[in-house]
Design a protein around this ligand. Sequence first.
Ligand SMILES: Nc1ncnc2c1ncn2[C@@H]1O[C@H](COP(=O)(O)OP(=O)(O)OP(=O)(O)O)[C@@H](O)[C@H]1O
Ligand SMILES: [Mg+2]
Length: 259
Amino acid sequence: MSNIIAICNQKGGVGKTTTAMNLGAALAKQGKRVLLCDLDAQANLSEYLGFEEDDKPTITELFAVVAAQAYIEADTVKSSIRHNELNGVDYIPANINLANADVFLLNALSRETVLKRILTEDVTKDYDYVLIDCLPSLGVLLLNALAAADSMLIPVQVQKFSIDGLKALTSLCNQVKATINPQLYLLGILPTMVEHTTVSRNAVQLLEDTYTDKLLRTQIHRSVEAAKSSESGKALCLTSGSRLGEEYIELAEAIQKSF
Ligand SMILES: Nc1ncnc2c1ncn2[C@@H]1O[C@H](COP(=O)(O)OP(=O)(O)OP(=O)(O)O)[C@@H](O)[C@H]1O
Ligand SMILES: [Mg+2]
């Protein structure tokens, strides 16, 4: 059985995509079979993985099929899966048309569970981990991710304002648990872009005081390595001596222990 993890935070630019890619590649390096799912019309994760449009479906077409006919064949979903050799991961790409999801999901039956009907056991059984890179919003696509996932991993840029926004997300998590996905749980809060400053230290302290055992021990520091990695398409853990690479390896180990 695979573990489906939604990497989410409605705040933009906190390191969701960087975490999806680098946690995925780190798990793959540790011998795990990983499927990454891009659920953002910005398609940053797909770009990171070197995706170029072809005639195979993206997550957008899969959503459109389910919206129209309520179900989708596992083979159609499998035909959307690409392989990235360098980073050792499989992925389902997104494209800009996913921005219209609100429109084409409008009349769909049970529109929060479309992704759940895409990521069926038949599709995910070949993987140990499925990581969903969510968009920065609390809308219907995020609800789809939370309905399909077993757990949530929340990267938080360590600043006071970012921490304030977490309450809305954890409250949404509770609402999803009470309705469409009772099994959903918070896997952890991941401090990102940590710096050796008082502001950064205070923010980590605030997270620790508020979220206690849900705050992960692993911290991802701020480094230009992140931007370089997305430019080259090579995960951080594949560059020897990369500090962030080691941090994502540590995160992958911690996540494996927690299941
Ligand atoms: N640890 C880090 N140190 C420095 N820069 C980082 C770090 N992690 C990510 N970045 C950079 O910050 C920017 C935002 O990161 P990323 O795209 O992962 O965030 P995101 O939460 O997915 O954003 P969005 O909400 O727009 O999807 C990118 O330019 C990325 O290279
Ligand atoms: Mg992103």
